[in-house]
Design a protein around this ligand. Structure first.
Ligand code: NAD
Length: 263
C-alpha cells in the first residue's frame, strides 16, 4: 500500500503516541513521521522503542518508556515531551489491553485492570495534554476504541465495556473541547493484524475448541472484505484525523472493519 499523504501533511505538529511499541501505535508513529510531524513515542518495551526510533530515522522522534497506569509516569511523560519538542498538538491514545473471559469466569483483576488502562489512564493522560492544547486553541486527539466499543462482542464484556466508555468519553469531551479549537475523535477498528488481534482470535478459538488457523478462517469469512485490517490502514486514518484535512470532523467514531460493522 502506498503512503497516501505527503511530508507536509503534519508539518509543524508534535504528536504524542501511546502504545507505540504495539502494532497500531508503531505503524501510526512511522506514518506521522513520514507526514512531517515530530513525534514522542511511548510504550513499556525499551528495545521496541529504540527500534522504532531507528526505523523513523531518529531525529524527529523522542522515546519515553512509561507505564501509563501510573499517575507519576503520565506527568513525567507529558513534561518530558513538551521539553523536547514543544507544545503537543496531537495525541494518539493507542495503549490498550485485551483479555478477560466470559462473565461467569471474569476475574476482578481482569475487570479492573482492563478498565484501569483502557479507560481511566486514557482519560487522565488526555486531561494533562488537553491543558496545553486549550491554551493554544488548537489540537487533535484520537482515541483508539474498537468495533467492540459500538456493539458487544462474545466473551469480551470487560474489554467491550472499556471501549464503550472510550466512545462515550470521546463524544462528550468532543463537545467541550471543540469550544476551544480542539477536535476529539475515536477510531473503531474490527480485527487488526497485530499481536492483540491475533490473541483475540486465538482466545476465541480456544473457547470454541478450534485451532488458531480454523478460527482465523472463520474470522476472515465473517468480514465482508474477506481479510483483517492492517495496522498501516488504521495509521492512515489516524494521520488524516490528526491533520487539518479533518478540520470539521468532531466526536466521530470512525469504523475500519472491512464492512463487519454491518454484520
Ligand atoms: P498491541 O497489543 O500490539 O499494543 C498495545 C500497546 O499498549 C503496546 O504498545 C503496549 O506496550 C501498550 N500498553 C499496554 N499496557 C500498557 C501500560 N500499562 N502502559 C503503557 N503502555 C501499555 O495492540 P494493538 O493492536 O496495537 O492495539 C492498539 C489499540 O487498538 C488498543 O487500544 C486496542 O484495544 C485497539 N484495538 C485493537 C484491535 C486489534 O484487533 N488489534 C481492534 C480494535 C481496537
Amino acid at each position: 500500500m502506498n503512503f497516501p499523504f505527503h511530508d507536509k501533511t503534519l508539518e509543524g505538529q508534535h504528536i504524542l503516541i501511546t502504545g507505540a511499541t504495539g502494532g497500531i501505535g508503531y505503524a501510526a508513529a512511522k506514518a506521522a513521521v513520514a507526514a512531517g510531524a515530530r513525534v514522542t513515542i511511548t510504550g513499556r518495551n525499551e528495545e521496541k522503542l529504540s527500534e522504532l526510533k531507528q526505523e523513523c530515522g531518529g531525529g524527529d522522534v523522542f522515546a519515553v518508556r512509561a507505564d501509563l497506569s501510573k499517575p507519576q509516569a503520565r506527568d513525567q511523560l507529558v513534561e518530558a515531551a513538551a521539553n523536547e519538542f514543544g507544545p503537543i498538538t496531537g495525541l494518539l491514545n493507542s495503549a490498550g489491553i485485551g483479555g478477560g473471559d466470559i462473565v461467569e469466569n471474569l476475574s476482578e483483576e481482569d475487570l479492573r485492570g482492563i478498565m484501569e488502562l483502557n479507560y481511566f489512564s486514557l482519560v487522565e493522560l488526555t486531561q494533562l495534554v488537553y491543558k496545553g492544547m486549550k491554551d493554544k486553541e488548537k489540537g487533535s486527539i484520537v482515541n483508539i476504541a474498537s468495533l467492540s466499543g459500538l456493539r458487544g462482542t462474545h466473551g469480551n464484556s470487560a474489554y467491550s465495556a472499556s471501549k464503550f466508555a472510550v466512545v462515550g468519553f470521546t463524544q462528550a469531551f468532543a463537545l467541550e473541547a471543540i469550544e476551544h479549537g480542539v477536535r476529539v475523535n475515536a477510531v473503531c477498528p474490527g480485527y487488526v493484524d497485530t499481536e492483540m488481534g491475533r490473541n483475540a482470535i486465538k482466545s476465541k478459538g480456544e473457547r470454541n475448541g478450534r485451532s488458531y488457523e480454523e478460527q482465523l478462517k472463520l474470522a476472515k469469512e465473517s468480514i465482508p472484505s474477506g481479510r483483517l485490517t492492517s495496522p498501516e490502514e488504521v495509521a492512515n486514518t489516524i494521520v488524516y484525523l490528526l491533520s487539518d484535512a479533518a478540520e470539521n470532523i468532531v466526536g466521530e467514531s470512525v469504523k475500519i472493519s472491512g464492512g463487519s460493522v454491518m454484520r
